[in-house]
Design a protein around this ligand. Sequence first.
Ligand code: SAH
Length: 459
Amino acid sequence: MKKTIPVKKNEYIEVTFEDLTHDGAGVAKVEGYPIFVANALPGERAVIKVTKTNNGYAFGRLIELLEKSPERVDLSMEDQNRYGGCQIQHLSYKGQLAFKEKQVREVMTRIGKLEDVMIHPIIGMEEPTHYRNKAQVPVGEKDGKLIAGFFKPRSHDIVETKESIIQHQVINEAVQAVKEIFSDLHIPAYNEKTHKGVLRHIMARYGKQTGELMVVLVTRTDSIPFVETVVKEIIARLPHVKSIVHNVNSKKTNVILGEKMNILWGSEVIYDFIGDVKFAISAKSFYQVNPDQTKVLYEKALEYAGLTGKETVIDAYCGIGTISLFLAQKAKKVFGVEIVPEAIEDARRNAQLNEITNAEFAVGAAETVITDWYKEGNAADVLVVDPPRKGCDESLLNTIIDMKPKKVVYVSCNPGTLARDLRILEDGGYKTTDLQPVDMFPMTAHVECVSQLILKEGN
Ligand code: SAH
């Protein structure tokens, strides 16, 4: 029997919010039927407009807050723009940490059916602002001047953002300076509708430990008008700059970077450190966006791995080898596996840069490469996984269960799939002993976790 839906599209109703979804929207219920509304907090009463109804749930828009949560941070329109559409910017930082920790605890019980794992209090940042080391900012035009900011949700209208709360100040300054330099030279912004104009995106990356800045100018056109003046001005205005790159993207696409890359000035890469490990970062390299908290996370992973110098370690989903190189300092040998060939090139280069000789890297799907290794008679003492949001492929989990490494360290950016995979490993003979949530992305709803599993005796 089809249940009737208790609300109608475009209807205005008064609700009280009970909870937050995993992506930070408020949840209110009408006769048990959930309605999801962005920018609302548990305990708040509000008038909302129902914007879309489905069989099991609806979406709504916040119209008027009648009763506010004590955890709400009031933000002016200008402040909201400074956050650039972060999902939980309106929640106090203490409230954000509690929300993330609660979410982890809930899914471990509900999905993972894990009763006695030690879930440690989430590690937050002392100063949860200006933490990002990379920005890719779309450029547009307004009143004859260039503007740079973020796309309004579900649209391609640019909201001008002079200072992002989550970006490092050196990055904010770089974006403003480049925008003004192009604007003063009357170089037009790219227009998506007409596919005309020049400057599409300003990208900036900053090595916090080295103080090195990279500026990437993404244009539709093969050349940049007045390019010498542009370069001269960037150098004059941005004392941290070590690299100026021109990227050409002539396609009608939402993808930011194009194929063609051309160094206009300085070096091809900038450097940064996580702990004692040095990384070379090119315009296209993947690199963690919050290096301070990455260090916290990796130190925990290293602690959980419990290395003594004798172990063979496999690092699955290794990216540019960040975790592998961190572990190699304490292991006998580390094998990293990653599906993107360019990332593996970076990993090998980073190993050389640090004179690390006990780390080897292979390109391929972790589930295939590691399963083949195992079939050839290889095994690891410790296995580390750090998969994308969808979690580990089940065949990889089965290979782990067969291979029986003494320890598994699971790093995850999605508590839901982490809980699912921990259940499979538990059923296969492992015990999850510790789980540490780390706040890598303040103001957003993302939660990162690292967990330790040990092989149970008799397995
Ligand atoms: N451990 C790295 C990167 C983790 S992000 C770090 O901390 O920096 C997850 C990585 O898994 C990405 O680099 C992605 O390219 C890779 N990946 C996705 N599917 C994969 C698969 N099936 N096998 C191996 N790597 C995969």
